[in-house]
Design a protein around this ligand. Structure first.
Ligand code: 5AD
Ligand code: SF4
Length: 479
């Protein structure tokens, strides 16, 4: 972040501003408590689970000062955008949403609009926002969440832009971030086991926006999981950009496999984790997964490309052969494991030959689900300097071919489940039909069942009666 540039923009706007608050206030002042009472807030979260978790922390801060959550801008007194920088379209979506917020500011001059998350770690978008959306009052980065109360107080008191973009990438804020945490769900929870990423895949902005890898202490994590269990949570998902790098920054012999085993021993009903990095994922972890019934048999392992030449240019540290071998090993330990993945189409050096290799890997593995993305150049990443080997049309065409293959495989796999029974943890009422309740099977398949609201939070045996590409319809089995 170019601090001088940001300061000069603010100076030219003649706005009073604050660049950094190192003053972490984790308890609200009287001013915040009287300002917040019964005011309405909206949080819009984009991107990955790391952002969802961050939003849960800020949500906790807002609830603690007496604010009430709302899902519409119409009556909001405070709007927060928690942004994602992984692909360009998420950034563009933010600008669209800011346009809508601007309309609200016209009718409510006291409305406070705040922006945080990965996009705020980049200089250009911050400059763009300060130039074009002058009503934005608070801006902070991914490692500045503990400054939130100070920033909000500053924005309420004065006509200023309250900014904290100081990188605290060497800190974990152990315990402090969680102080006010208010989770969106009462059934399933996410727990960070580490922050940041050291992998530097050549296309990816995350190592720049989230900083270097740092693990949370195991005691903190186990404590959190035990607390979740006491509160009645049925599932915890352990979060990290590369969960299998857990503990490497401590140079400790306590690995991800050790942590997973200790989390399993807490006895919480369901454990998931995301995301393992293929070349670091090891048999020790597979053994632990096999040993404990409460670790769910599903793994999300990004492939990104099935071409060794492209993987190399992506700075991914495995070959397609190694990826396939790893899946074989995993299946030896957990034969019915569900495997999902991420694939990027149209990486600059990708040609038809490379793409066909990706298709081959997809056919071999038969992923339960694959999230497919068209490559999006991200400023200052090494890949953004590479020349394109294919045209936009070729890439779009490849994307459609891959999407169809992935969907066909998912549909076929889903249809094989009809008539079978699985255990579903119900999380919510169905979005489409209020008579149905939705949850996930052990293997992570979305299942809808006709029932009553008391299903939420329970794990039930369900017989699958109908399949769609990415969802199943089931009936409760008599227990
Ligand atoms: N363009 C397209 N997709 C990307 N991803 C990460 N960076 C980019 C990019 N620049 C995808 C990867 C990653 C997922 C979260 O987002 O597939 O696994
Ligand atoms: Fe990005 Fe690669 Fe790190 Fe994943 S492992 S966050 S794709 S740099």
């Amino acid at each position: 972040m170019d601090k001088k540039l940001i300061t000069s923009i603010l100076d030219s706007r003649k706005t009073k501003n604050s660049i950094t608050y190192k003053d972490f206030k984790l308890n609200p002042s009287d001013l915040l408590l009287s300002w917040g009472k019964n005011k309405k807030f909206v949080i819009r979260t984009y991107g990955c689970q790391a952002n969802v978790r961050d939003s849960e922390i800020i949500r906790g801060f807002l609830l603690k000062i007496g604010m009430v959550e709302s899902d519409t801008f119409n009556d909001a007194d405070f709007i927060l955008f928690n942004t994602c920088a992984v692909r360009e379209n998420a950034e563009n979506h933010l600008y669209g949403e800011l346009g809508l917020a601007k309309k609200r500011v016209r009718t409510n001059k006291d409305l406070i609009v705040a922006i945080c998350g990965c996009v705020m770690q980049e200089t250009k978008p911050v400059k763009f926002i300060l130039d074009h959306f002058k009503f934005v009052k608070i801006i902070f980065g991914t490692s500045n969440i503990p400054s939130f109360y100070s920033l909000l107080e500053a924005a309420i008191k004065d006509d200023i832009v309250a900014i904290d973009l100081e990188n605290n990438f060497d800190q974990v804020f152990e315990g402090k971030e969680d102080l006010n945490l208010s989770r969106f769900s009462k059934v399933v929870a996410y727990t960070n086991i580490m922050y940041g990423c050291d992998k530097f895949c050549s296309y990816c902005i995350v190592p720049y926006t989230r900083g270097k890898e740092r693990s949370r202490r195991k005691e903190e994590i186990i404590n959190e999981v035990e607390c979740l269990k006491r509160l009645g949570y049925k599932q915890v998902t352990l979060l990290g950009q590369n969960v299998d790098s857990y503990g490497k920054d401590f140079k400790s012999s306590y690995t991800f496999a050790s942590l997973l085993e200790d989390v399993a021993k807490t006895g919480i009903e369901r454990i998931r984790f995301t995301t393992p990095y293929p070349s670091d994922f090891d048999e020790e972890t597979f053994k632990v997964m096999k040993k404990y019934d409460n670790i769910m048999p599903s793994v999300h392992m990004p492939l990104q490309s099935g071409s060794n030449a492209v993987l190399k240019k992506m700075n991914r540290r495995y070959t397609k052969e190694e990826y396939l071998e790893l899946i074989d090993k995993l299946k030896k330990h957990i034969p019915d494991v569900a495997i999902t993945t991420d694939i990027i189409v149209g990486f600059p050096s990708e040609k038809d030959k490379d793409f066909n290799e990706t298709l081959e890997v997809v056919k071999k593995v038969k992923f339960d689900q694959a999230f497919t993305f068209i490559y999006s150049p991200r400023e200052d990443t090494p890949a953004s300097k590479l020349k394109n080997a294919s045209s936009k049309e070729e890439i779009k065409n490849r994307f459609n071919i891959l999407k169809k293959l992935v969907d066909d495989i998912a549909e076929e796999k889903a249809s094989e489940l009809v008539g079978k029974t699985c255990k579903v943890l119900f999380e919510t009422v169905s979005k489409k039909n209020k008579d149905y309740y939705s949850g996930y099977s052990e293997k992570g398949k979305l299942v809808h069942v006709r029932g009553k609201s008391d299903l939420i939070g329970s794990i039930k045996k369900v017989k699958i009666i109908e399949s769609h590409t990415y969802s199943l319809i089931g009936e409760l089995e008599n227990e």
